[in-house]
Write a protein of this length. Sequence first.
Length: 122
Amino acid sequence: MDAALARAEEMGVQVNIAIVDAGGHLLAFERMDGAMLISVSIAQDKAWTVIAGNGLPTSQWHGAISGDPALELGFPHRDRLVVFGGGVPVKAGDELIGAIGVSGGSAEEDADVASAGAAAVR
């Protein structure tokens, strides 16, 4: 959490940060001053999406379902599924141990902040 917060402050973005375990259960959450309220649930859903996809970062979901009409129609209507950047896996070696979801900046900014948090665990 500290590394993600530090990166967000360095970048000058106000975000919400959610950390979940390998079961998708919320372990930690931080809302920075000025972060948008709507981003609270989006950050949590980004972390959950990574776990639901066995570690697939949220930025890769769109590409994974594109080109398959059934997936393109079905997946976007699933509760909690987020298909844009800001959710990244947290791994210990090759083992998925959790995920970090960040929301409040652009998809790229969110992914950068989340990646900083995940890198601090490795």
